[in-house]
Design a binder for this molecule. Structure first.
Ligand SMILES: Cc1cc2nc3c(=O)[nH]c(=O)nc-3n(C[C@H](O)[C@H](O)[C@H](O)COP(=O)(O)OP(=O)(O)OC[C@H]3O[C@@H](n4cnc5c(N)ncnc54)[C@H](O)[C@@H]3O)c2cc1C
Length: 484
């Protein structure tokens, strides 16, 4: 029986695991999450887009949002498979209790978003994990992190896993699927959970896989101010909420014809500009029946100490559009390595992601990659297992936190919403130094926290380098260079 190793338990990993198991493979799913909340999927709010029988209109919106950088074939794959994937997996198999109405979010030309209030992610993930737990061909290892991919003559053969007690296991597989999510924890302000340390990106890069579009980091325009932002979904603006500057003026109509529902990169830059010019921006939710339309979100905003009628907002890192380059079945440039979900670059998002398409991308590509992986023939031979002798004394208290703080400061200052060539050059130099230091520590201290720090430093350097080389488009804007 083909053995498939999945790394990550968000929508993409779950979707790949289900498809591989249903196509006859024996599946091992390892995730460093101990609770669903340690995935980004759990926090997804607005919902999952479907085509509602009009894939051409849906494709046109995805392409427009991507600012000329999408791969049209990938977009076609997404929209053509959307309705069937949502219906077959989420509705029929998992019984996700979607609302009867369809939501609208920024840059969508139609109401096409399936949602469960503004808490769609948790209502998808909980039944998905329960279903996999009960599946006879799936074994789930929680609190288990992949530290490194195992390779043999250019072919990926599994991963070195770090278990809940710190023990290391070489998990061999005929196909390995990266579903490790994004890079939010590398930034000072992000909507992502702390587990988003860019592990899959860094492991794939070290193994030699091709990466693409890493310059395109999406910042969400409406996250609450402060260090621990709460995302206020675009669905709230879709329902009628408006943005006002510190003088109480609505400014988006003068920036874009779609006003508050312009593409995310446009709204995020406008919010940052108005904050700078007038001292603050709020999301005015009084045109919406916020309490009955989004009760849980209203409560979270309130609990975080903000006025839910007039929510102070600022952009925060939200999503990585690029990643490990894959084809329409999730295959990477390395034999037997797949990547799905936010860690991958399918070509769907181009330079800017359309709202509510990333759950869909994870679902669709997870399914396609899982099916494909299950058909691979068995592999024999033993890869080299890296030995990680624990030679050095424990790290001083605060070492990892201190380095993370430095990493976040550099990325926040130079690789954020606003970038300029000099700043990107300085960021590359600082991140190269940080990566060098963390590589040295990781060689002799194979702990999970050092591995995460090393991965975050590697991911940070890859992002900064890509931003230095990329043409401005979508969410990669350079200071002084006109953008759309
Ligand atoms: C607040 C918020 C709201 C959002 N709302 C929406 C929305 O409404 N619609 C939409 O389409 N998108 C939304 N998004 C984006 C979307 O949620 C994510 O892009 C998507 O869920 C990513 O899914 P994933 O499976 O790729 O990754 P994740 O869900 O992040 O899962 C990654 C998994 O990998 C595990 N992992 C990481 N590293 C390792 C390792 N080394 N070893 C083992 N396991 C590892 C993690 O623990 C986790 O289980 C939102 C994002 C945020 C933050």
């Amino acid at each position: 029986m083909t053995r498939v190793l999945i790394l990550g338990s968000g929508i993409a990993g779950c979707s790949a695991a289900l498809a591989a198991a249903e196509n006859g493979a024996e599946v091992v799913l390892a995730t460093k999450a101990t609770r669903p909340a340690e995935t980004t999927t759990h926090w997804a709010q607005g919902g999952i887009a479907v085509s509602r029988g009009d894939p051409d209109a849906f494709a046109a919106d995805v392409l427009d949002a991507g600012d000329g950088r999408c791969d049209p074939h990938a977009v076609e794959t997404l929209v053509e498979n959307a309705d069937d994937a949502v219906e077959a997996v989420l509705v029929e198999r998992l019984g996700v209790p979607f609302a009867d109405d369809y939501g609208r979010e920024a840059a969508h030309s139609a109401d096409r978003i399936r949602h469960v209030g503004a808490e769609t992610g948790r209502h998808i993930l909980a039944p998905f994990l329960a279903h996999l737990d009960d599946h006879p061909r799936v074994t789930v290892h929680a609190d288990t992190a992949a530290l490194e991919l195992l390779t043999d003559e250019g072919r990926v053969r599994g991963a070195l896993l770090d278990g809940p007690d710190g023990s290391k296991t070489a998990e061999l597989a005929d196909a390995t699927v990266l579903a490790t999510g994004g890079v939010g924890a590398c930034f000072p302000r992000s909507t992502n959970p702390d587990t988003a340390t860019g592990d899959g990106l860094a492991m794939a890069a070290r193994a030699g896989a091709d990466l693409a579009d890493l310059a395109y980091v999406q910042f969400h325009p409406t996250a609450t101010v402060g260090d621990d932002p709460v995302l206020v979904s675009e669905a709230v603006r879709g329902a009628g909420a408006v943005l006002r500057n510190a003088d109480g003026e609505r400014f988006m109509p003068a920036v874009h014809e779609d006003a508050e529902l312009a593409p995310r990169d446009v709204v995020a830059r406008a919010v940052a500009d108005e904050r700078e010019r007038t001292g603050g921006v709020v999301l005015d939710t009084t045109p919406v029946d916020f309490a009955s339309a989004f009760p849980a979100l209203r409560e979270r905003v309130s609990d975080a100490g903000h006025d839910p009628d007039s929510i102070p907002v600022a952009p925060a890192e939200h999503f990585l559009c690029g990643g490990v380059a894959v084809n329409d079945r999730g295959r990477t440039s390395l034999d037997r390595l797949y990547a799905v979900g936010e860690v991958s670059r399918t070509g769907v998002h181009g330079a800017n992601r359309l709202a509510s398409t990333s759950l869909l991308e994870g679902l669709v590509w997870g399914r396609r990659a899982g099916r494909d992986a299950a058909t691979r023939e068995r592999v024999t031979g033993d890869p080299e297992i890296p030995s990680h002798p624990e030679r050095d004394p424990a790290l001083p208290d605060g070492f990892v936190d201190g380095k993370f703080e430095r990493l976040r400061r550099v990325l926040g200052e130079h690789v954020g919403l606003r970038r300029d060539p000099d700043g990107l050059g300085r960021a590359c130099a600082a991140l190269r130094r940080l990566k060098g230091e963390t590589d040295a520590y990781a060689r002799t201290r194979p702990s999970r926290e050092v591995a995460e720090l090393r991965n975050a430093a590697t991911a940070g350097l890859l992002l900064a380098r890509a931003a230095r080389e990329a043409e401005p488009a979508g969410c990669h804007a350079l200071e002084g260079v006109p953008c759309r």
